[in-house]
Design a protein around this ligand. Structure first.
Ligand code: M6R
Length: 616
């Protein structure tokens, strides 16, 4: 949610900030704005709509040259996406500009208090109160912007990342964070603040993690971090392992197309170094001891959206390989239902961004109950892994498109690794059994590549079906979460009605949705091994076809049993059913992206959404 950039250095700030915003636009794109300080004056420009609208405005109404600036792309919470509500917000004296990500829960109270001092807010946002509060406390704080920020933060309830500049303090940018991401980029004679390293990766790969409830003061040569009471804080520095090219489109039309194509590498990178030549797993980096893993009596997976679907796949693998009971729960529901978790529960929090507020709050709750939390995360230095007892990083590289693709596949792989490791430690499987699965896993990047070579049919199908009022997806076993994921992709990208069902559940109600020509996409498990499962789904295909549905069947090479019932047959390489989501999901991603394109939608930035959801 909301992208934030701050810069102080020797370069033209506006250019650095706008370029950073472009890299963060995936976080929110309702409106955008910038502020610079030049010759003792604060100047802002802001505009509703995507960043391009702001850039046009800057073309016709330029800002003065400056080496200090802040910028924001917004995902609206309080107040609609208008020019007026766009950030930065400026204090009544025109001296302080503030940008914000999160929600200030006590803003109504603060607004009422400001009203008593004669300050009227000009926007509908919660953010604006911070600009006025900073202006009010600054004289008392000795015109020290960091000190003023600390005092104001102590008055705020809720989640926030705040970044501010002041017209009379032309060499300082100040930031603060509570429950919302903010990272510092350490440059040479220049420093950066951003919601995500992507904003400054073209300038520096040296990043500084900010902790909870901290304020950072930045000049071009100094980074000073304190807690909200002014005590010096320890910070962790790290090197970002990817570069600017990884976060650019690299010749593709969309980030999503690029990220779909990157999946073989993402899967293979996530496996590298975690298994030796004998198929023995080494996950020491995870920071959970073998004894701790032996003690667990239950696994609870918490996650949202696509990550939740990865968790659903994990349940099948984990229970099958380890015999440890596993529950999968939407993070947004978890802490509100008094869940049964304790010291012997392993909670697995899955999150690409590592900042999803629902997941963060759920894992904090689980830790309060004594559970150990293992994060499966793609973003180094983000809050969820930092606050977890253990972490296994996926190595998908930066995922920019709002619709998650390569993160999903790597989350599944990370879950498989954890499940196999638990089985290895607890002795649920013999070494050669684990090694056999690992060999199959190592084959998956090649198989995903094969799927990527044959996506034309899915694209053509999207053209044909673009006016369909609805698309249904059905699957059994791990094919069920794949069906849910296919439907989610279509909803978020093509804005159309799409539902995923457990195929066996259709007859208990949803089958009434079927009428002549309704597209039903069926994920067929491997006919080998679990043939009962396969037989059942072949019957389900016949049931939907008998009711007029247009069947689009995703089945493995050589599975001829489905041929008579498939209006369209999409082939995927043969692999054990448990690993099949790694190949079966790919045509569905391609289908959803092609459908969005056919309908003329923005594939990378679907309406109303943001990549990183930092509000509950
Ligand atoms: O960063 P996270 O993995 O925690 O994000 C969770 C969901 O918000 C995310 O997967 C969302 O559902 C995707 N946009 C779906 O494509």
């Amino acid at each position: 949610m909301c992208g934030i950039v701050g810069y102080v250095g020797e370069k033209q700030a506006l250019q650095v900030v706008v370029e950073g915003l472009r890299r963060l636009e995936y976080r929110g794109y309702d409106s955008a704005g910038v502020a610079v300080v030049s010759q003792g004056l604060l100047d802002t420009r802001k505009k509703a709509g995507k960043l391009a609208n702001l850039e046009s405005l800057l073309g016709t109404d330029p800002l003065p040259a400056s080496t200090i600036g802040i910028g924001h792309t917004r995902w609206a919470t309080h107040g609609g996406p208008t020019d007026l509500n766009a950030h930065p917000h400026v204090s009544a004296d025109g001296k302080v500009a503030v940008i914000h990500n999160g929600i200030i829960e006590n803003f109504a109270e603060l607004r009422a208090e400001l009203a008593l001092t004669g300050v009227t807010l000009s926007s509908e946002t919660d953010t604006e109160v911070v600009a006025h509060l900073l202006a009010a406390v600054l004289p008392d704080a000795g015109m020290d912007l960091a000190e003023a920020m600390r005092r104001v933060c102590l008055r705020l309830a809720g989640a926030f990342t705040l970044v501010a500049v002041h017209a009379d303090i032309p060499d300082v940018v100040v930031g603060a964070r509570r429950n919302s991401p903010l990272v510092v980029g350490r440059g040479d004679g220049e420093n950066f603040l951003a919601s995500d390293v992507a904003a400054f990766i073209a300038h520096t790969r040296h990043a500084v993690e900010l902790g909870q409830d901290q304020v950072v003061e930045l000049t071009r040569d100094l980074i000073n971090v304190t807690d909200f009471f002014g005590n010096a804080a320890e910070v962790t520095e790290y090197e970002v392992t990817w570069d600017a090219a990884a976060a650019s489109k690299g010749g593709y039309e969309t980030f999503m197309a690029k990220e779909i194509d990157e999946q073989p590498k993402a899967v293979s990178d996530t496996l590298i170094g975690r298994v030796n030549d004998e198929g023995v797993l080494h996950l020491d980096e995870m920071r959970l001891s073998e004894n701790q893993l032996r003690e667990i009596d239950k696994v609870v997976v918490i996650a949202c959206g696509t990550a939740y679907h990865a968790g659903m796949v994990a349940k099948y693998a984990l229970e099958h390989w380890t015999r440890v009971p596993c529950e999968v729960e939407l993070a947004s529901e978890f802490r509100y239902r008094d869940p049964v978790v304790g010291p012997r529960t392993l909670v697995v929090a899955i999150s690409q961004s590592g900042e999803t507020m629902d997941t963060l709050m759920a894992m904090r709750y689980a830790r309060e109950q004594g559970a150990r939390v293992l994060a499966i995360c793609n973003t180094q230095g983000s809050t969820i892994p930092r606050e977890s007892d253990a972490v296994l990083y996926t190595r998908a590289g930066p995922e920019v498109a709002v619709a998650s693709t390569k993160a999903f596949l790597t989350q599944i792989v990370a879950c498989y690794l954890v499940a196999l490791y638990v089985a290895q430690v607890r002795g649920n499987k013999f070494g050669d059994e684990i090694a056999a699965v690992v060999r199959e896993l190592a084959e998956m990047p090649r198989k995903i590549d094969l799927v990527l070579d044959t996506t034309e049919e899915m694209k053509a199908l999207a053209q044909q079906l673009k006016d369909a009022p609805s698309v249904l997806f059905i699957g059994r076993h791990v094919g069920y979460p794949v069906a849910l994921e296919g439907a989610l992709k279509l909803k978020e990208l093509a804005y159309m009605h799409a539902e995923g069902f457990a195929a066996g559940e259709l007859k208990h109600g949803p089958i009434a949705l079927l009428e002549e020509g309704v597209p039903v996409i069926v994920i067929v498990p491997s006919p080998g091994g679990r043939s009962l499962l396969h037989e059942k789904i072949v019957s389900n295909i016949q049931e939907v076809r008998a009711r007029g549905a247009r069947t689009i069947v995703i089945a493995e090479e050589g599975d001829d049993s489905v041929v008579p019932y498939a209006d369209h047959l999409i082939r995927i390489p043969a692999c054990p059913t448990l690993l099949q989501p790694l190949v079966a999901t790919v045509p569905l991603q391609v289908f959803a992206a092609a459908m969005a394109e056919a309908k003329g939608h923005d594939v990378d930035q679907p309406r109303n959404l943001a990549k990183s959801v930092t509000v509950e």
